[in-house]
Write a protein that binds this ligand. Structure first.
Ligand SMILES: Cc1ncc(COP(=O)(O)O)c(C=O)c1O
Length: 419
């Protein structure tokens, strides 16, 4: 059964978690999931009860479509927007890929239009030359045409930001413009606005809290950027990570910027520990923007995740993080705060989200720190693995059990003594 060409290390990059599941583990995990035969017979009974027998699509497709429309309805009524402005997807990754595909197509259309206009202008100019109606002014016009710069577009990110955004944008051949974070890993709001106005990107990403820093964009800065968002640009506010601090609601943002093109991403991965269900939603500030993205939507949603997400939305009256995860993040922040007080050679970003950066003492490299932590069975992301490598940083996941962060602090404090 085993393919000799199968090299996990080539396709799996999560060192430490790259071993196959054993048969026992597969069985144990499958016991925890729903029984598909049971589900199928329940669905047949449901169809019979509703007098709606399905010889049209089969399997669970009708239920899937119904679950998608149900969550669209629930969210649209809670957020006071049209059903078309709610697009469920396979997590925020699905939303990001889908929106960037639409951006690429819009850019290509714009480029084609620009090429057509320029070609027409050149044709007209050349024909005036042929008709000998002018010569000097013809050359001047050709020179003018050659000097016209077309809008480059592309995507504007802070640097660093969520690593997958780089891959997703470059896979679509979108230009990536980067605005470095400040020394304190905060968004440099003025530099971001300047870049947005000068470079004229097609889309700007506002990831709040940001990954890997866990730092949110303060409301005031977020609103300043959105107020200046050009009419022909899109903004994507990625609210995938939990924010333990108060922030302006997504509903308020959607209504405030109804005449601009703003998408807000929420996901049940980091908010509810449901990343295995791959379910999130993109909310759009107006139907026109949503309609441009709609044809790019994949049918990439599972029935169980979609139903569970809808139930949560209806129970909670919106898309909010669980109390449990909020409390983990707060407790993990307190633990790291007391660690850096005891070991002032270390520092960390004062996170409110599911990740944070730890700044290492000068003599300890991220590579060495990772290797030593691995030996104690603790896996973290080293700054040397970032898209823009930085040996003085580690990224920690901060949404999980505080005992993991306690162990991290214990091990790393010993290392600091030895370095
Ligand atoms: C900022 C950010 N956006 C999007 C995602 C993707 O989330 P999802 O699991 O909903 O696809 C992540 C995952 O870590 C993230 O940190």
């Amino acid at each position: 059964m085993m393919n000799s060409n199968y090299k996990p290390e080539k396709i799996l990059v999560d060192k430490g978690f790259d071993a196959d599941f054993s048969w026992d583990r597969i069985n144990e995990l499958c016991k925890l999931f729903s029984d598909d035969d049971l589900l199928q017979s329940y669905v047949y009974k449901m169809h019979e009860h509703d007098k709606a027998l399905d010889l049209k699509r089969g399997e669970f497709y009708p239920e899937l479509l119904r679950s998608i429309i149900s969550i669209k309805r629930s969210v649209s009524s809670l957020y006071g927007i049209d059903v078309t402005q709610v697009q469920p997807n396979f997590g925020s990754n699905g939303s990001i890929d889908t929106i960037l595909s639409a951006v690429k197509v819009e850019e290509t259309k714009r480029l084609n239009q620009w090429v057509n206009t320029m070609t027409q202008r050149l044709h007209n100019t050349v024909s005036t030359f042929r008709n000998k109606t002018s010569s000097e002014s013809t050359f001047a016009e050709i020179e003018t045409i050659l000097l016209i710069e077309r809008r480059q577009g592309g995507a504007l990110f802070t640097s660093p930001t969520y690593f997958r955004n780089y891959n997703s944008a470059s896979a679509k051949d979108l230009i990536i413009h980067l605005v470095p974070l400040t020394e304190n890993y905060q968004l440099d709001t003025q530099a971001f606005i300047n870049a947005m106005l000068q470079l004229q990107p097609s889309i700007v990403f506002l990831v709040t809290p940001n990954n890997p820093t866990g730092l949110p964009i303060p409301d005031h800065d977020l609103l300043c950027i959105l107020d200046k968002l050009p009419q022909d640009a899109w903004a994507l506010i990625d609210r995938t990570l939990v924010n333990t601090r108060p922030e302006i609601g997504s509903k308020d943002l959607l209504h405030r910027y109804a005449d601009k093109n703003v998408a807000i991403l929420h996901s049940f991965s980091k908010y509810r520990g449901m990343s295995h269900h791959r379910i999130g939603v993109a909310l759009y500030s107006n139907p026109a923007m949503a309609n441009i993205v709609q044809p790019h939507l994949p049918l990439g949603i599972g029935l169980e995740g979609c139903l569970k997400a809808n139930r949560i939305v209806l129970q909670d009256g919106g898309i909010f993080p669980s109390e449990h995860i909020i409390s983990n993040i707060k407790e993990n922040n307190t633990l790291l705060r007391s660690f850096v007080t005891d070991f002032p050679d270390f520092d960390f970003t004062d996170f409110s989200g599911n990740y944070c950066l730890v700044m290492l003492p000068r003599l300890l490299s991220s590579q060495n720190a990772c290797n030593l932590l691995y030996q104690r069975g603790l896996y973290v992301m080293g700054g040397h693995e970032f898209p823009e490598p930085n040996q003085s940083l580690l990224r920690l996941h901060t949404g999980g059990p505080p005992k993991y962060i306690k162990l991290f602090c214990r091990i790393i404090s010993k290392m600091a003594g030895d370095s």
